[in-house]
Design a protein around this ligand. Structure first.
Ligand SMILES: [Zn+2]
Length: 354
């Protein structure tokens, strides 16, 4: 048994979530309250309808988020723009002074509300060149969307066809491969020289589950997300990467709620809701790897270092306690319900703010 199986409690700084969907409207009551319980900062994804692809839309969205932060919390949304046809090199030039943290590129049709994405990567090259100049990070949903590429291969094909040429073309552009899901992605990231500005976020569901969880014994829509859960070899590679202490890998939950009826549907939406208790889920995964001592840097340091922002230092702390508890069956979500990841299952970690 690994030594840190004996750890029964961790006291850590509040986390940084470097990939979070807060949604909009009355969903914000739930999503902002849940995330701000355990996160001090989060990179907020811009795939709303319409997409957040102008400074005005980002300002309005930030104001909506801030309105929903519970009184005693100190939570900072790091705003992103959605790379649509509306983003120009002028937008990129002004982005930092307009409070934009990064730009997110969704290949057209890759996930929820990505219809406005740009399908040709070459069409984005002038934007990427300006981002490189302005030192504005590029966040990528790294999957090709070609109909002839199998859904389980889309990330690996993206790396070879799109990411490697892109990396070569813009050597100084800071790139984050969001929510990596494959051994291929891990192998690629680990092969890069130390000076390469490429990193990756990893979700709790991809550390905890493989595709059996989604498909064996009946289809389980609340485990359906994009990129889709992969096989056990991939999960193990991700777990190894997350717990290796390699600073290229850091926390991004990709918590992405949908109302229950949008998931339990003949054409169900992609996304898992981990915003309620993501630190407990990560603790469960890190414990499996015997690496609870590696959670702090993964959750609180490596991402901040990559983006060149200060490590979180608020006086609030997060306590992660070994204590069996059952995840609620459902949660209020505006006028609907959302089913949290692992609903009605027992996990043996829980979180407290101190
Ligand atoms: Zn996402």
């Amino acid at each position: 048994m690994p030594a840190n199986q004996q750890i029964t409690e961790l006291t850590l700084p509040l986390f940084d979530d470097f990939h979070l969907h807060l949604r909009s409207g009355n969903a914000l009551t739930r999503t902002v309250s849940d995330a701000s319980f355990w996160a001090r900062r989060a990179i907020v994804m811009p795939n709303l309808q319409p997409p957040v692809d102008s400074f005005d839309l980002a300002d309005n969205y930030r104001a909506e988020i801030i309105k929903n932060i519970p009184a005693e919390r100190n939570f900072e949304p790091l705003m992103t723009l959605y790379l649509s046809e509306n983003i120009t090199t002028d937008t990129v030039k002004q982005a930092k002074e307009r409070g934009i943290f990064a730009i997110k590129w969704y290949p057209k049709g890759a996930t929820t509300n990505s219809e406005q994405g740009i399908s040709s990567v070459q069409a984005c090259y002038p934007i990427f060149a300006e981002m490189e100049k302005q030192e504005l990070p590029l966040l990528i949903h790294g999957e090709v969307t070609d109909v002839d590429i199998d859904i389980f291969d889309r990330e690996a094909v993206f790396i070879d066809r799109v990411l490697i040429p892109l990396r070569r073309e813009f050597p100084n552009l800071k790139i984050t491969m969001e929510h990596i899901t494959t051994a291929r992605a891990v192998e690629y990231l680990c092969s890069l020289p130390e000076t390469e500005k490429t990193a990756a976020t990893i979700t709790p569901q991809h550390l905890l589950f493989n595709r059996n969880q989604l498909l064996v014994g009946g289809i389980k829509p609340h485990f359906y997300c994009l990129p889709i859960l992969k096989c056990e070899t991939d999960r193990k590679a991700l777990l190894q990467a997350a717990t290796s202490g390699n600073p290229r890998f850091f926390l991004g939950t990709d918590s992405a709620p949908h109302a229950q009826n949008k998931k339990e549907n003949s054409c169900g939406c992609a996304g898992c809701y981990s915003g309620l208790n993501a630190p407990a889920l990560y603790a469960q995964a890190f414990e499996e790897a015997g690496a609870l001592d590696k959670l702090k840097n993964f959750a609180c340091k490596f991402g901040a270092d990559f983006y060149g922002i200060e490590t979180e230092n608020s006086d609030k702390r997060l306590k992660i306690i070994r204590k069996e508890n059952t995840i609620p069956a459902n949660l209020d979500y505006g006028e609907d319900k959302v089913i949290p990841l692992l609903a009605e299952n027992k996990i043996h970690w829980q979180i407290e703010r101190i």
